[in-house]
Design a protein around this ligand. Structure first.
Ligand SMILES: [Zn+2]
Length: 118
């Protein structure tokens, strides 16, 4: 079981990551807005800027998903439920949490989950 101090360290990692992602999302939003406001003088410019805007949107979507996971992990820390697998209620290994602080499943369940998706 992760000690209070270890959880505190992971919480800090999550908080830092959260701030980072929030500013990333803000950046891509600004980017999209900027690209959409740009005067496109010819087709080439348009294709170029719309693909940039698409990339920014994809990044924003991915980051939003991660933000949701981080927020849910932070909530779990507050509720004292952090580090417990969502599927089997077993404790998630600390080294797994260190690699992915917002992990919701233990290694075993993660594999089952990934296999189901395929
Ligand atoms: Zn599990």
């Amino acid at each position: 079981m992760a000690s209070t101090k270890q959880i505190e360290e992971l919480r800090e990692i999550l908080e830092v990551r959260k701030i980072q992602i929030e500013s990333n999302i803000e950046d891509s939003k600004n980017n999209i807005a900027q690209l959409q406001n740009m005067d496109c003088k010819d087709d080439f410019d348009f294709a170029e800027s719309s693909s940039d805007s698409f990339t920014s949107e994809v990044i924003a979507v991915q980051q939003s998903k991660e933000l949701v996971e981080i927020n849910s992990a932070l909530k779990d820390i507050k509720d004292g439920k952090y580090g417990i697998c969502d599927m089997c209620d077993e404790l998630i290994a600390l080294r797994r949490l260190k690699a992915k602080p917002f992990a919701k499943f233990c290694t075993t369940c993660r594999e089952i989950f990934e296999n189901k998706k395929r």
